[in-house]
Write a protein of this length. Structure first.
Lengths: 484, 509
């Protein structure tokens, strides 16, 4: 098979899987198995893609282009760069784990559920691979549809408010992005991201950024986040914070920063301030949150802020660190949400005042939560330590006080993470924790352990990502050349 | 006295003539064919008529690269006409399939054996209204425009009221008759003023007279254009000429609503675009702004009014008003890009409008009461195919990338931007955002409440959920075809745009 076929296959294979599942009247077990098969096939495809990727070569790789509608210069153009390769990997691995979790807990109406999960996989991969603005937008919007139904049907008691808020917030941003896309594309005469020129328009930059800061999210555009993360089923919350949020950050890197260099430097301080605010505010809220998912949700807000800090530092170290941290935090938050789901299944609640003392007699749960928690609070030697260190060093080169704010927030991260660990695992036994509540079952371990293994691997070799995301020694040069 | 008859290009008129002919045949069938096979025969005639019409329209499209008027300048034989007719007749064919299982008027006869009494009359009316619309999109002067408008309007009045034992149906027919007649009178008055000022009724002649005599600012011409715009806006159900739409769409038998909501809009939009760009090119600054403002009002009223509705047919009616607003964005530019945008937009729109009402018809049959958000609960799980089709249609209306509605919105916004109207793009974007709320409400109602919550116990207290729904094979075929067109148009944009571009090539842009 031609190597560039992997790019399209990664997008359309899960979509085909979804359609297959909707049409075949299979049993619950068979449906889950087929879905899982497709998810694993995705991971396999991605490994093949990564194996074919040539890190010593500049520009877009494994690209495919076909006419969509030529009179406005819109095409189906897909391909990968180093950084998008890692994000695609995060997507397929994360989605496979979350699909498997759905199978494990036995979601109702399996055909609808698994079909939507596969559709979500395809759409998200599409976001990271699209090299045409309208195609990017189509996938960006397409992610919303399965998410809306997944949360609305399988979510918690207050899912209606959560979905409405989530959809209206994100669509508000992305529709203005559509206006910006039209303006950019018609001015440039093409909607192609690779060949399209840079633009100096600040309005267009703001149009794009609004969509991305809502998706990521950054302070003060995170109004949808706590409800969506609490009401979604745990595996969907995991996808939201681990993968979907990265689409917003990816958009900042691939479109806002790359295509709008002048507005980027004009608004740099403003965006850095928002990012720093998200970092500090998110960390403080995470420290105050009364429940497991609340902590993880707000810590995702903080981490989005940190990554945006790295991206908008506009320095080599900042870019490298941001990509590494996107992947590391993706794996961390997926693991944490899946563990949160496991805890909630055993105790019916995630509230700290009803939890506690779960470590006793549950060594696997305790060990896994400890390991993920410790990596998440960026203990030296961990993947997120490497990522955060790079980001802080990068933003320090911009101005020292950003690094001071960032470092302070990392201390807060240690506080909220340790609070989470002790509230769930230690302290007096909570009223909802019964002796019958089992340790993690082999099935659950099989979901989370590979993610944690990935994190440990990245901890051992963070350069695997940070050195292989951008062509050449200087990411800023790569950005300036628009990745051509 | 010798009467000089003009030479007639019968082939150019053949799609319309075929429909008229089959309409007569259907009427005869109502009288001559025994009741037992009347439905079969009537439907056979209608299907044959629509398919023959489509084939002829396709043939004419291929055969007419250079558009011209025929029948003494009364009718355009060109690709704009033919493509419009193909869309219209395809909807007509789908409506026929829907009507087999959802024949308007069946509720009139409690005795099931008498239900087929008036089948053929309905199909004759459907064919006649399709013929009127097919002629309307090709009208080349103000006389044929008015005649064909009345032609399809009168048949639609009857079709709305055909279920005359139903409370809403008669009311819908009467309301549509009164408001529609008012609209037609307005149009006629405007036509008279324009004729008075220019001395010509043909579109081309009006443009020549306005250009040659410098009549762009002439009071009669300006007022005439305003009245013509108002009259046509009634037909396309654009605000503030929309007052009849929710009541008529709600009251009319749902099969008729499905036909009206998609076909009337296609015909009115295409004719209006041609009339404005052909007859009044020099007044573009006037009608461009007028339509931009009407678009804005339609988007505002349609979307905000839809938010508070509970009846699904009314929601879709207000959504149709808002959709008219989006189409008018493309129309108001009067550019080649606007023409392509409008033509493309109508393809997924007509499929989705027809399909969504067809699905409502199925639910209505099941419940025996009007469909509301409340009693739509659980529908998506009970009838998975119709449920999935419905969320494709409404998400397509909302412009999410599931159907060609996404590309259609993109195109009309691009046309507005290209025209220099960024404000109109922003208006459209904000309107889309508002519309999401009620489109999502439909999906929410179908999927996100368990059907056990359903309180409605129709006819004798039989619980709805759990009971096996009717099979309705042809309805599924019609909805499936609409779904294929709606989704397919997202992928096959280039071929459709090529068609639209060739069609727009017939217009003097």
């Amino acid at each position: 098979v031609n190597a560039s076929a992997y790019t399209s296959l990664l997008i359309w294979l899960p979509v085909a899987g979804a359609i297959l599942i909707w049409f075949l009247p299979l049993s619950r077990y068979a449906t889950g198995s087929v879905a899982l098969l497709f998810s694993f096939a995705e991971v396999g495809l991605w490994i093949k893609q990564a194996a074919h990727f040539d890190f010593s070569q500049s520009g877009l790789q494994m690209s495919q282009q076909a006419n969509w509608f030529g009179d406005l210069g819109v095409s189906y153009h897909v391909g990968v760069y180093g950084f998008s390769l890692w994000l695609v990997g995060l997507t397929v691995v994360g989605m496979a784990a979350c699909t498997a979790y759905g199978f494990w807990v036995g979601r109702d109406r399996p055909r609808a559920y698994f079909g939507l999960m596969l559709l979500l996989t395809g759409a998200t991969v599409g976001v990271f691979e699209a090299q045409d603005l309208l195609l990017f937008y189509a996938f960006f919007e397409a992610m919303l549809i399965p998410l809306y139904i997944l949360i609305g049907v399988w979510g918690g008691a207050r899912r209606m408010e959560a979905t409405v808020k989530f959809v209206i917030y994100t669509m508000a941003g992305s529709l203005l992005m559509l206006a910006a896309i039209i303006a950019y594309g018609l001015q440039a005469g093409t909607f192609d991201l690779v060949s399209g020129p840079t633009s100096g328009s600040r309005w267009l930059f703001l149009g794009f950024m609004l969509a991305f800061v809502i998706k990521a999210p950054l302070f003060p555009f995170h109004g949808w986040l706590p409800d969506a993360y609490r009401e979604a089923p745990p595996e969907v919350a995991a996808v939201l914070s681990g993968v979907i949020a990265k689409a917003g950050l990816y958009g900042m890197l691939r479109i806002a920063i790359t295509k709008f260099p002048e507005p980027t430097s004009f608004y740099r301080t403003a965006v850095l301030a928002l990012a720093a605010a998200a970092l500090v505010y998110g960390s403080l809220l995470a420290f105050r949150a009364p429940d497991f998912r609340g902590v993880v949700a707000y810590s995702s807000l903080a981490q989005s802020g940190l990554i945006a800090l790295g991206l908008f530092a506009g320095t080599d170290l900042g870019f490298d660190g941001a990509v590494l941290q996107m992947v590391a935090h993706g794996l961390i938050s997926i693991s944490l949400f899946l563990i949160a789901g496991a805890v909630e299944r055993r105790t019916t609640t995630g509230e700290f005042r009803l939890l506690g003392g779960m470590a006793r007699g549950r060594p696997a749960l305790a060990t896994l939560l400890m390991v993920v928690g410790v990596i998440s609070l960026a203990v030296p030697g961990s993947a997120s330590f490497a990522g955060e260190f790079l980001i802080l060093a990068g933003v320090y080169q911009r101005a020292w006080w950003w690094a001071v704010i960032g470092a302070a927030a990392i201390v807060l991260a240690a506080m909220y993470m340790l609070r989470l660990i002790s509230a769930v695992l230690h302290e007096a036994r909570g009223s909802t924790v019964s002796d019958e509540a089992l340790d993690l079952r082999p099935g659950e371990l099989a979901l989370v352990v590979p993610l944690v293994a990935g994190l440990l691997f990245l901890s051992a070799w963070p350069a695997g990502i940070s050195n292989h995301s951008f062509f050449g020694p200087s990411p800023t040069a790569a950005v300036r050349s628009q990745f051509k | 006295v010798t009467l000089h008859t003009p030479p007639i290009d019968w082939f150019g008129l053949s799609p319309v003539l075929t429909l008229i002919g089959t309409s007569f045949a259907a009427l005869l069938c109502a009288v001559l064919v025994p009741r037992a096979v009347r439905r079969f025969a009537g439907v056979g005639i209608a299907v044959a008529g629509f398919i023959a019409g489509i084939v002829l329209a396709v043939w004419l499209y291929v055969d007419t690269p250079d558009g011209h008027t025929i029948a003494a300048g009364a009718y355009y034989r060109d690709r704009w006409t033919s493509l419009g007719q193909i869309i219209l007749l395809a909807v007509g064919l789908a409506t026929t399939l829907l009507a087999v299982e959802h024949m308007p008027g069946w509720s009139r006869d409690a005795d099931p054996s008498r239900r087929d009494d008036h089948v053929a009359e309905f199909l004759a009316l459907l064919l006649a209204s399709a013929a009127g619309m097919a002629f309307f999109v090709g009208a080349a002067n103000l006389i044929t425009l008015f005649l064909s408008l009345e032609w399809f309007s009168i048949t639609l009045y009857v079709m709305c009221a055909i279920d005359y034992d139903l409370e809403g149906s008669l009311e819908a027919g009467l309301k549509y008759l009164i408001v529609g007649s008012f609209g037609a009178a307005t149009l006629l008055f405007g036509s008279a003023l324009v004729y008075g000022a220019t001395g010509s009724v043909s579109f081309g002649g009006i443009a020549d007279a306005i250009g040659a005599q410098g009549l762009t600012g002439d009071t009669f011409v300006v007022v005439g254009i305003a009245l013509i715009i108002a009259g046509l806006s009634f037909k396309m159900s654009a605000a503030p000429f929309h007052m009849w739409t929710p009541d008529v769409y709600e009251g009319a038998p749902t099969t008729v609503t499905a036909w009206m909501s998609s076909a009337t809009k296609v015909a009115a939009m295409l004719l209006t675009f041609r009339l404005m760009t052909t007859a009044f090119p020099d007044n573009q600054h006037l009608w461009g702004w007028a339509f931009a403002i009407i678009a804005t009002i339609s988007l505002a009223i349609g979307n905000f009014a839809a938010l508070v509705q509970q009846n699904v047919k009314r929601i879709l009616a207000y959504s149709a008003i808002a959709q008219a607003g989006f189409m008018l964005i493309g129309l108001s530019t009067g550019s080649a890009l606007g023409a392509r945008a409008l033509m493309y937009y109508l393809i997924p729109y007509s499929a989705a409008a027809f399909g969504s009402f067809a699905i409502i018809a199925a639910r209505e049959r099941e419940l025996g009461v009007p469909v509301t958000l409340e009693n739509l609960a659980g529908f998506g799980w009970e009838r998975p195919f119709l449920g999935v089709a419905m969320w494709f249609f409404v998400f397509g209306f909302a412009g999410l990338p599931l159907t060609g509605g996404f590309v259609g919105k993109f195109y009309v916004f691009a046309a507005a931007y290209d025209h220099g109207w960024v404000w109109l793009v922003i208006v459209g974007v904000l309107a889309t955002l508002v519309s999401l709320y009620y489109y999502l409400a439909i999906v929410r109602a179908m999927y996100m409440r368990p059907s056990e919550e359903l309180q409605v116990l129709p006819g004798g207290g039989v619980a709805v959920s759990g009971g096996a729904p009717a099979r309705e094979r042809l309805l599924h075929v019609a909805v499936g075809a609409a779904l294929i067109v709606a989704v397919g148009s997202l992928f096959a944009v280039q071929p459709l745009i090529d068609l639209a571009e060739h069609a727009a090539g017939s217009l003097p842009l």
